[in-house]
Write a protein that binds this ligand. Sequence first.
Ligand code: SF4
Length: 462
Amino acid sequence: MYHDKKFSVINPSKMCQPMGAIQALLGIKDTIPLIHGSQGCSTYMRFQLTRHFREPIEVASTSMNEKTVIYGGEFNLLKALKNITEKQSPSLIAVTSSCLTETIGDDMAGIIKKFEDANIGKELPIIIPISTPSYAGTHIEGYDNTIKALVEYLSTPSRANGKINIIIGNNSPADVKEIKALLTELNCESIILTDNSENLDAPLSESALNLYNEGTTIEEIKDTANSLGTISLSKHADSAGVLLEKKFGVKSISGPLPAGLENTDRFISSLCKFDEFEVPESIEKDRGRLMDAMVDAHSYNYRRKVAIFGDPDFVSGMTNFTSEMGMTPTILCTGVESKRFNEDINLISEKKGLNPTILASGDLYDLHHKIKEKPVDILIGNSYGASIAQEENIPLFRAGFPIFDRLGAQRISVLGYNGGINFVDEITNTILDYYYDEAGYEITEEESHESTRSGLFAEEEV
Ligand code: SF4
């Protein structure tokens, strides 16, 4: 039974700020993220990230305890910086705060300065403090704050580099690869903020437990001040672009997520605002293949009702994409309170003649309740949607973060024309599996009930 709840979140569709920060930092070469907080914070991040990416995840912790909470975390932070510097010698240590250390008011920048002053003359890594209090935001703000802090501390104006900064957002290594491939085909030189495509989908090797030796370099982050422009794929991760525009006049464009035909076209036209790029035949062909896939799948997807949950840009991107495919986005849920999300969905709804239920700042409890009220044919979102899908007897198309009950999350791609083709194929096959028989005929509602009944009887007989 649904209880109207006013003061609680049940099964949140969001995570804490340091989680977003760590995701951004794992795309930087030779870097250690250090969480200034209790061991539980870093254990939680490592646990979630490892079971999603199936890679070893390096996150250090200042291991705060009862005593240090009372006397302050200075000793622990100084000790952690010393240990990491001596044992791992990274080029960058990014110190993110946590609920605990923000609450007791530790001055991370002051403590870092103290460490640097005490080690004058020694070769030290660059150390950057990043404020990520979880009670003042989600992983979305954590990602945004981190990219902004990196650019704020490191970007240095020098000679124009002719490149375009791409703030990639919280997307899978496969999606990052897809965007990079698109840029290469367009002959567009870029700086990816940040590039997790190798670190989080790495080949098996003996150096698996070393520092990440791929990803965006510190030199590249410094060079962002000299680029032609910045494009943020996520409208909720554009603070670094805004800062670069204000400080160095590097023009910035925000979103939309290049999911589907229309949004990928918009991404290419955004690039063309900064420089003249000739779209090669190979890209035209990929675009044509996506259109072909959509046409082939249309009869199976047309008017299928879909519920989508996850990060705001993912939900608005997939809303646009699924409506392009002829589906009917019916319930849209994100865990973040966001004016831009509401504006985006309203705009898409107006353009496509949709009337979805919007759950901004919603949780999975609300989502489940709405699905009971307005049944849908398929759910799109992360693994936390599995129990809803099972209870409602609908398929779950797994995308987003985290995916821990299936393998290959790092290889799920939905962005660009090629990611779009994967998505159309996969979601249509899921629908075929669920709603069509082996001869290709749609299973009617009565047939489906009969098979459920016979399944139940069969179980009882056993
Ligand atoms: S919500 Fe706060 S205490 Fe919990 S893991 Fe995140 S930072 Fe740590």
